[in-house]
Design a protein around this ligand. Structure first.
Ligand code: C5P
Length: 219
């Protein structure tokens, strides 16, 4: 049986990670959340009061810290568990600025490509099909209306016991999509050969099954 790379891209809160985890589990593949890598750096930059415009200091910092993501998607910076901390508003609001830095992306993409080298991976992000694994055997681009995405994220927050404001989430999602789509280096964009899936009226399982059937076609 062939081992493949599955690239899942799309805008904020489109359900990429939820679906990617299911697909990875079904296939026995490793799930790699590239957003968590950008979020971890952003969290650490804020935490250390580094100027988010100071590229040199940010790059030195990136090389100094150790970011680890384990098989259960627990995220560690220098051994400290930051899994919940990297999802907080403060990080979400600043991550697109950090992720727009060319030097940061170059280093992160290098790390991600190494993780995908041996295949058997499901990787989600913004530029996986276009830049990180342009030769991925399966590429999908998940979309959903802003309303739907905001409502899902809101429900997720409420579930986790986080404070949550639906209108604020909508504004933040729109702003992040705009920054991610308009940045100069590897912007959020559907790869020409990616299959677009509008998840607005689909269940999580329906989206996962659609991706799994694409994978089966390649095996
Ligand atoms: O996927 P998630 O919403 O956690 O990603 C957080 C942010 O990280 C995105 O809004 C984007 O700015 C950045 N990102 C990126 N490229 C990726 C994954 C995430 O620029 N491959």
């Amino acid at each position: 049986e062939r081992k493949l790379a599955v690239a899942i891209d799309g805008p904020a809160a489109a359900g990429k990670s939820t679906v990617a985890k299911i697909v990875a589990k079904k296939l026995g593949y490793v799930y790699i959340d590239t957003g968590a890598m950008y979020r971890s750096l952003t969290y650490s930059v804020i935490n250390n009061q580094i100027d988010i415009n100071d590229v040199d200091v940010i790059m030195n910092h990136l090389h100094e810290i150790q970011i680890d993501i384990d098989a259960d998607q627990q995220v560690f910076i220098d051994g400290e568990n930051v899994t919940d901390a990297i999802r907080k508003d403060e990080v979400s609001k600043n991550v697109s600025a950090i992720a727009s830095i060319a030097e940061v992306r170059e280093e992160m993409v290098k790390r991600q490509q190494k993780l995908a080298e041996k295949r058997a991976v499901v990787m989600d992000g913004r530029d996986i099909g276009t830049h990180v694994i342009p030769d991925a055997e399966v590429k999908v681009f998940l979309i959903a209306s802003v309303e739907e995405r905001a409502e899902r994220r809101h429900a997720e927050n409420v579930n986790k016991g986080f404070a949550s404001d639906l209108e604020q989430i909508k504004r933040d999602i729109k702003k992040r999509d705009k920054m991610d789509s308009e940045r100069e280096v590897s912007p959020l964009k559907k790869a020409d050969d990616a299959k677009e899936i509008d998840t607005t009226s689909l269940s999580i399982d329906e989206v996962a099954d659609t991706i799994l059937s694409l994978v089966n076609n390649e095996m």
